[in-house]
Design a protein around this ligand. Structure first.
Ligand code: CA
Length: 228
């Protein structure tokens, strides 16, 4: 399947040129022309990579990047910065951008950066997460150990499997159907209610306030989304 790229850029000429260029390379390209639109598109849909301009109306590329990471979205981000703004590059990388390219650039340079980033992402995604830490919770999936505030918790095998599945896809919505298939392998007698009960148990054990969860979010009518 071709990689999906979201281009967040406000200069119409550049949007057109880059969309054509990336489309011709076989990428599936979508675009947004301001910060808020780019952020909401990136959060709602699944992209393999974002080409994110720093200077954008509504919300800067730096803010978009920071908010994506805060929400646990780990999509690859290639930031486009202006030549003079060293500050943007440094801050961009600190806020979670994976790479940057200085404007103006030659198209082959952009394509090379995108290919390299996508290769990196693919490599990282081959192996599921083995250790993960969020809030005051520390999980070692290999050993099946979970600690909260340094105290070891007891998680059932299915709870751990469900948690790992959600964390592997952190930032993305995971539907109940997908969980039934991937975690429960359509065992007889298992319904979406089973998933909800397991999620409630996980929240009870891991969240500071299970009634108002900060990490395991319900996406109404669809399923769940994990945010670190
Ligand atoms: Ca711009």
């Amino acid at each position: 399947m071709s990689a999906r790229i979201l281009l967040v850029e406000d200069e119409p000429g550049l949007v057109m040129t880059l969309s054509d260029l990336l489309g011709a390379e076989g990428y599936d390209v979508e675009s947004a022309t301001d910060g808020p639109a780019g952020l909401s598109k990136a959060l709602k849909e699944k992209f393999d990579l974002l080409v994110l301009d720093v200077m954008l109306p509504g919300k800067s590329g730096l803010e978009v990047c920071r908010e994506l990471r805060q929400q646990g979205n780990d999509v690859a981000v290639l930031m486009l910065t202006a030549k003079t703004q060293l500050y943007d590059r440094v801050v961009g990388l600190k806020l979670g951008a994976d790479d940057y390219l200085t404007k103006p650039f030659e198209p082959p340079e952009l394509l090379a950066r995108i290919e390299a980033l996508l290769r990196r992402v693919k490599h990282d995604k081959l192996s599921p997460v083995t250790r993960f830490q969020f809030g005051n919770v520390d999980i070692d999936f290999e050993r099946g150990e979970v600690h909260k505030d340094g105290v070891e918790l007891n998680l059932a095998a299915k709870e751990l499997e469900l948690l790992r599945y959600l964390i592997d896809r952190r930032g993305n919505v995971v539907s109940r159907d997908e969980l039934l298939e991937a975690v429960w392998e359509y065992q007889p007698g298992v319904s979406s209610r089973t998933i909800d009960v397991h999620v409630a148990w996980l929240r009870q054990k891991l969240e500071d306030n299970p009634q108002n969860p900060r990490h395991i979010h319900t996406v109404r009518g669809v399923g769940y989304r994990f945010a670190a």
